[in-house]
Design a protein around this ligand. Structure first.
Ligand code: FES
Length: 139
């Protein structure tokens, strides 16, 4: 009885269960072992952060910057993760003109109970850049 009450209480909160990970190191220019200027990943991250201010899911699908997702030869790289859902890793995303497509695809992901994103439904920049589709953990 107590466990049921706790589960209901948890479901009643607005705690985000989704995350959009964005690699901020992708497309970095290096010179003598040091970063030069703003990386492509940082530019994409800024665009996503700005665009998400008006996104209806901004409080439910937070954007989290990460240093690297080990897909460095496929910059720029983002990932969608959600409780009980497939996790997607997307690469080869253009620095410019992909932010709105990423948020559109994230909205599709949010709406699906299992997170499945069929090729034909995904926005153009995210149709061919899937690097991984990882099964969800058992619930
Ligand atoms: S630098 Fe972006 S995935 Fe490694």
């Amino acid at each position: 009885m107590t466990a049921t009450a706790n589960i209901s209480a948890t479901k009643g909160t607005n705690a985000p269960s989704h995350t959009l990970f964005v690699c901020k190191t992708c497309a970095t220019t290096w010179q003598d072992g040091k970063r030069v200027g703003e990386s492509g990943g940082q530019k994409l991250l800024k665009q996503l952060q700005n665009l998400s201010q008006d996104w209806h899911l901004k409080n439910y699908f937070p954007i989290q910057e990460v240093e690297c997702m080990s897909a460095c030869s496929h910059s720029c790289v983002v990932a969608f993760a959600g409780s009980g859902k497939l996790t997607y890793l997307f690469g080869d995303l253009p620095i410019d003109n992909s932010a709105s497509a990423i948020l559109e695809c994230a909205s599709q992901y949010y709406a699906k109970p299992d997170g499945l994103l069929p090729w034909s439904e995904r926005p153009e920049p995210l149709k061919k850049g899937i690097l991984a589709r990882i099964p969800s953990l058992p619930q």
